[in-house]
Design a protein around this ligand. Sequence first.
Ligand SMILES: Nc1ncnc2c1ncn2[C@@H]1O[C@H](COP(=O)(O)OP(=O)(O)OP(=O)(O)O)[C@@H](O)[C@H]1O
Length: 241
Amino acid sequence: MSEETVLRVDGVSKSFGPVDVIANVSFSVSSGSVVAVIGPNGSGKTTLLRTLVGDLRPTDGVVSYEGPDTDRTIGYLPQQPTFRAGFTAAETLAFYSSLLDGGDPEALLDRVGLVDAADRNVENLSGGMRQLLGIAQATVGDPPLVVLDEPASGLDPNMSEHVFETAARMAGEKRTVLISSHDMALVEETADDVLVLNRGTVAASGTLEELYSRFETDSLRGVLNAIVGETDRVEVVGGNR
Ligand SMILES: Nc1ncnc2c1ncn2[C@@H]1O[C@H](COP(=O)(O)OP(=O)(O)OP(=O)(O)O)[C@@H](O)[C@H]1O
């Protein structure tokens, strides 16, 4: 695996009005790796990813893309992807491809295992199929960095595994994949590096082995429990706003 930095995040904070959601987050992402962002509900994963892809402007700090200079540098699957109604899956990808000179829709659908749904209208896709179409959309134009926000959410176990295998295979093609997830088993199988967010700050980061050794455990669940404790409440930043 190459060790070139593709993304550098330096002291990034994001507030919404008076609500500080992420604070002073710094890390870098190496090319060709799968990096997982994990953390409890409300810890700031989506806000961090949206800031990294330029969907949100950081309140403080700098995000620098340092990968290859291509037409599309970062592909992004939002937590809830939306598509224009009336288009088929293939037409949706053809549309994005036409904007970027970004490749053959059939090949993009094949990459995520969605060829059989090519002619189905997007509003008639199942939740899992929508996620897969969103992942295909995120890879249009072959961006060196693909950011996937909970791509396996709502998918059955086989599909979740398929999505993570797809992500790992993409990273093997010299593409870097940054993925947020609550599925600890799949993160353990797939991730080269893990960033643990808690209350909007980086509580820990490193390879699985580094995290296991630091927290004297043999699972990510153990790492999370050591950081967050066992709780049945979602931490809500900024109170009840
Ligand atoms: N636009 C906004 N205005 C105010 N607060 C916000 C806004 N967007 C997010 N937040 C708050 O920021 C915190 C982090 O939310 P975020 O969606 O980033 O967390 P998350 O780790 O992705 O959660 P989950 O795992 O549940 O998807 C939450 O308390 C949320 O209510």
